[in-house]
Design a protein around this ligand. Structure first.
Ligand code: DX5
Ligand code: ZN
Length: 224
């Protein structure tokens, strides 16, 4: 596996040209499509669901990383699995039974993960590491693209890195550590040093591609 992965968040893409946006960021070297699902209930915004996931699935072989900011989570999980999601993550606050929701994701043939808001303790990991393929740390409060990176996330990344490394040493199984919110070319190196291996970037990527040149994302993806 690559040591670092870039995951553009299509929340900041031009939705009127979504297919082209996805094709172009992947052609520019992005590794993962980060797919933000918001329900106007768990978070104060409303975005896209399984129909859009299904529509973009044929455009790329890249991993589609579905970040569920919804409550409750369980009933939407099978729909995203059928729509072609590869990874499904959710917030512990969105599930009544975290272990059950993680099993449901795996049973549907997807990789699973838990998402931690800035103030949510990492303790939720302790008894479910065997059921987790990715840990996603939020470095903004979820709901909107274009927010500023919360610096306390760096200390939390180090704690998560230590937990994951201890687990990998014991089991031989890899778990990815993803960071989401306010990542840009100026802070990504420091974030990598704190332990992240997978980097969501929404406004930093799609904000750099306002023209119609098909190579418009080459320089931002390469500079991340
Ligand atoms: C925020 C979303 C993020 C967001 C990141 O709730 O989970 O994925 O799109 O956008 P930027 O990179 O602009 O902070
Ligand atoms: Zn996200």
């Amino acid at each position: 596996a690559k040591p670092f992965r870039i995951a553009p968040s299509i929340l900041s893409a031009n939705f009127a040209k979504l297919g082209q946006e996805i094709t172009d960021v992947i052609a520019s070297g992005a590794d993962i499509i980060h797919f933000d699902v918001m329900d106007n209930h768990y978070v104060p915004n409303l975005t896209i669901g399984p129909l859009v996931c299904e529509a973009i699935r044929p455009l790329t072989d890249a991993i589609i990383d579905v970040h569920l900011m919804v409550k409750p989570v369980d009933r939407i999980i099978p729909d995203f699995a059928k729509a072609g999601a590869n990874i499904i993550t959710f917030h512990p606050e969105g599930s009544e039974h975290i272990d059950r929701s993680l099993s449901l994701i795996r049973d549907q043939g997807c990789k699973s993960g838990l998402v931690f808001n800035p103030a949510t303790p990492l303790d939720y990991l302790d008894h479910v590491m065997d059921k987790i393929d990715m840990v996603l740390l939020m470095s903004v409060n979820p709901g909107f693209g274009g927010q500023k990176f919360i610096p306390q996330a760096l200390e939390k990344l180090k704690l998560a890195r230590a937990k994951i490394d201890a687990y990998t040493e014991k089991t031989g199984r890899e778990i990815w550590l993803e960071i989401d919110g306010g990542v840009n070319t100026a802070n990504i190196a420091e974030i990598a040093r704190a332990g992240a291996d997978t980097f969501v970037a929404g406004s930093a990527v799609f904000g750099a591609g306002k023209d119609t040149d098909p190579n418009r994302y080459d320089s931002i993806i390469k500079s991340l």
